[in-house]
Design a protein around this ligand. Structure first.
Ligand SMILES: *Cc1c(COP(=O)(O)O)cnc(C)c1O
Length: 400
């Protein structure tokens, strides 16, 4: 076995982009063209993402967080409105509600899927609830059939934070048309990248128009939408929007990267297979659960360490893996445990499942450019940390 416990000389990150010459050419073409922003690459990118997921409209933003902000605006979220979301997510999923003056209400996760628990969701709905923001944690779609049913019953808008799940399916249908508005992020750790970028896809023309206005100062140049018309130069601001426009430089990278999405997702699934096969049956190690209706696109591979695994707690295991140059991470700190949220009045104990998840998990490296050997290095390191010696000795035979 070449993978000894000798630390690698360089860090194996938990995620990383994969660019090729076609991507670089695509960006250079824009740099030589007349438009650096608001040119043809934006529409091409928006259409490519919308077509891929089967949605009618796509609206590009500077980043996924701005896109979520746009979705909250389009959904009409304002002061006094409550929005139910999961605590097990990146800050942006609930910060976007705060940007609009709304109140995030955290609903606990299901301990198998790590997604928002539909069985607890309905209890969080009050007369002030306006929307649900579901997050497809790790790339596995949330239970969108159940969530949509509950939302419909209570007249709520559903926003899906699909930053992790571009290319994933639920009941055989791509993520992107389950919710009223779905957000994809194009940060370099996500499935395909534009450097920074986000897109909202929707089938609803009303939402589409609001999103377009919001990303450009709340302004319109369409005479049909104006309340008056001072002349051909006239533009009209109808709401408080922002400058959240993506550049054509970024969009061109996205157009080229989208060609590789399916290939990237299959490679992620291959690495997950290697992890699943070779990390199974280790006492105290809980591998990701796969919901029967969901086909994850695997943004993250998260494992839980229970006391049977070893005397080491999660922190110690984490430190030992980092010492071997494995770029492990923890996703995520429950949002409401952040000091800013605590100041708003949220308290420890609110979502016990999310808190216990947070105490015990580690995210292993997973990205398409990773080699099988990289995966083996991680597997051997974890087996060596397990206190079951028979597991360690089986390592030599299984890793050939
Ligand atoms: C990455 C991410 C975002 C934000 O996307 P940016 O493009 O980085 O602004 C939002 N939600 C989740 C769950 C994410 O992982």
């Amino acid at each position: 076995m070449s993978q000894s416990y000798q630390p690698r000389s360089s860090l194996l990150p938990y995620g990383q982009q994969w660019l090729d010459e076609a991507d670089i050419e695509s960006v250079i073409d824009v740099l030589r063209s007349d438009f650096l922003t608001q040119g043809p690459a934006i529409q091409a990118f928006e259409q490519k993402v919308a077509n891929y997921v089967g949605a009618k409209y796509g609206v590009a933003f500077t980043n996924g967080t701005a896109a979520l902000h746009g979705a909250c605006f389009a959904a009409g979220i304002g002061a006094g409105d409550e929005v139910v979301t999961t605590p097990l997510t990146f800050l942006a999923s609930s910060n976007c509600v705060l940007y609009q003056g709304g109140t995030p209400i955290f609903c606990d996760i299901n301990m198998e899927t790590y997604n928002i628990d539909p069985l607890q969701l309905e209890r969080k709905i009050t007369p002030s609830t306006k929307a649900i923001i579901a997050v497809d944690f790790s790339g596995q779609p949330a239970e969108m059939d159940e969530i949509s049913r509950i939302a419909h019953k209570h007249g709520l808008v559903v926003i899906e934070d699909a930053a992790h799940s571009l290319g994933a399916e639920y009941e055989g249908r791509k993520v992107g048309t389950w919710a009223d508005m779905t957000m994809f992020s194009f940060h370099p750790v996500k499935h395909v990248t534009t450097g920074e970028g986000g897109v909202i896809v929707t089938d609803d023309e009303g939402f589409y128009r609001k999103l377009i206005q919001f990303r450009s100062h709340g302004m319109t140049r369409d005479p049909k939408e104006m309340t008056r018309n001072d002349g051909p130069w006239y533009y009209e601001m109808q709401a408080l929007g922002y400058n959240y426009r993506m550049t054509d430089i970024q969009a061109a990278l996205g157009v080229s990267q989208m060609d590789k999405l399916d290939q990237f997702v299959s490679r992620r699934r291959e690495i997950v297979e290697i992890y699943n096969k070779n990390l199974s049956n280790i006492p105290g190690l809980v591998l990701p659960y796969q919901h029967p209706k969901a086909n994850s696109s695997w943004h993250l591979y998260v494992v839980r360490f229970l006391p049977e695994f070893s005397e080491d707690n999660r922190k110690k295991i984490f430190d030992k893996l980092r010492a071997l140059n494995i770029g492990v991470n923890v996703h995520y700190i429950p949002v409401y445990l952040q000091p800013y949220y605590e100041e708003l009045g949220y308290q420890k104990g609110l979502c016990p499942n999310a808190e216990s998840y947070y105490e015990t998990t580690i995210t292993l490296p997973l990205f398409p450019k990773m080699t099988d050997d990289d995966a083996w290095y991680v597997i051997s390191a974890i087996k060596a940390l397990s206190n079951k010696s028979e597991v360690q000795s089986s390592y030599a035979t299984t890793s050939e």
